[in-house]
Ligand binder design. Structure first.
Ligand SMILES: [Zn+2]
Length: 419
């Protein structure tokens, strides 16, 4: 048992956050402190700065001005709306096919490119290699998402080089938003280093070959980050809109629901209906693995974000975390079928990665949870606090898939356009 995890007095993050976090003398974490900038910075000034920054990239020949990486969730509508309608740029949208696609995600992505009238490139890496990589990273890293994160972060950069479009526009920077790794004023840009250390759990594509002998060059080359000289030749840079626009995912998604018909769906492991509705696994097996390895899951990220935005109290956030975090991961049958593994094989691998700091083995294979929400000292005040969250609402206007119809309850490995 880790005996000395410090918890933020404002949000629900602990001192062993995998992205790294610090605390000031008042016991407030770096993520909360940087969040305070959102209500202090002059966002009109920052927007003007952004307009100046992108101006030189405007093409004189009505071709693409920039690349915008998108998914069928995660603020993609909001980002494209800003880039296309407010910055008046013509973006080339790019997306990596992660194969775990929900019918709702395929619909959201098709609706995105129709409503915004944008061209889109979709990277479909061959499924044999994707499955080989996923079986390997699941076994050794406890991750089914390495290929998704690697693909999503590399394909836009490769496209910048092959299409000679130097500017890539991302949404928010996760390190800034979650743990306050940087100030908004630092205006950090995309780096190879952050991708490797944080997105890819320290393993770049080439490292996979040396770690897993079932993989070879043919499996991993699509995930290789371009060389520095290639990036420099084109002048590739990736900027984050979150440094120039006051970032608030809940408000942003609700605006996109009203304006462009973004569809949302309920999950059973978090209250946030907007993020990750394009994926059967992110809020399922992937989130369960996050809990198993780190002692907290995505609902803690969501609750901490909402506490910082002032829409939940700390106690309400903790109440929601405890309500959701140990719920079942749905759709494991789909993953097993796709990967060609048995359900108890998946369970065995999950158990292998169980972090004994947060889970105490009572009998062989049976663990009791002693993660962040358990260790969090505020637990003790739980009963006396007001957990009435009736006014805290997310708009659920659709569902991931049609549960009744087994044909539709499948990964859509390559989706057709709608309508
Ligand atoms: Zn905090």
């Amino acid at each position: 048992m880790k005996n000395k995890i410090q918890f933020c007095k404002k949000c629900l993050y602990g001192s062993d956050h995998p992205l790294g976090i610090t605390f000031d003398e008042d016991g407030i974490c770096s993520g909360c402190r940087i969040h305070e900038e959102k209500d202090k910075l002059d966002w009109d000034y920052r927007w003007e700065k952004l307009k100046k920054l992108v101006k030189p990239y405007k093409s004189k020949f009505h071709t693409y001005d920039c690349i915008v990486p998108v998914t069928a969730a995660n603020d993609s509508y909001f980002i494209v709306d800003l880039v296309k309608n407010k910055l008046n740029l013509n973006p080339l949208l790019v997306t990596y096919n992660k194969y775990y696609n929900t019918p709702l995600g395929i619909r959201n992505l098709a609706n995105l490119r129709i409503k915004f009238n944008c061209d889109i490139l979709i990277q479909n890496v061959n499924p044999i290699s994707v499955k080989k990589i996923t079986r390997s990273t699941l076994r050794s890293l406890g991750s089914i998402y390495w290929h998704c994160l690697a693909g999503q972060t590399v394909f836009p950069v490769q496209t910048a080089i092959t299409h000679k479009i130097p500017l890539i526009i991302w949404g928010a920077h996760q390190g800034l938003e979650q743990v306050g790794m940087f100030s908004h004023k630092h205006e950090v840009e995309m780096t190879r280093r952050y991708r490797k250390d944080h997105d890819l759990m320290g393993l770049e594509a080439d490292n996979l070959i040396s770690v897993f002998d079932i993989l070879d060059e043919r499996d991993i080359w699509q995930y290789r980050y371009p060389e520095d000289y290639e990036l420099n030749n084109i002048g590739v840079r990736g900027i984050y809109l979150g440094n120039y626009v006051r970032w608030d995912p809940k408000a942003q998604h609700e605006e996109m629901i009203k304006k462009y018909g973004f569809l949302s769906a309920n999950f059973n492991r978090t209250f946030d209906c907007y993020d990750h509705v394009d994926c059967f696994n992110y809020m399922g097996v992937h989130d369960k693995l996050k809990l198993i390895k780190n002692g907290y899951s995505k609902v803690t990220d969501h609750a901490s974000r909402e506490i910082r935005h002032g829409r939940l109290t700390r106690d309400q956030g903790l109440y929601l975390v405890q309500k959701y975090e140990n719920n079942e991961a749905n759709y494991t049958d789909l993953l097993c079928e796709w990967l060609g593994i048995k359900k108890d094989g998946l369970q065995f691998l999950i158990n292998e990665h169980t972090n004994k700091n947060y889970f105490v083995e009572q009998t062989p294979g049976n663990f009791s949870f002693k993660g962040w929400s358990f260790l969090n000292k505020q637990n003790k005040t739980q009963k006396s606090s007001n957990n009435n969250i009736d006014n805290f609402k997310y708009i659920q206007n659709s569902k991931l898939c049609d549960q009744e119809n087994s044909d539709k309850r499948k990964y859509i490995t390559i989706g057709k356009g709608y309508p």
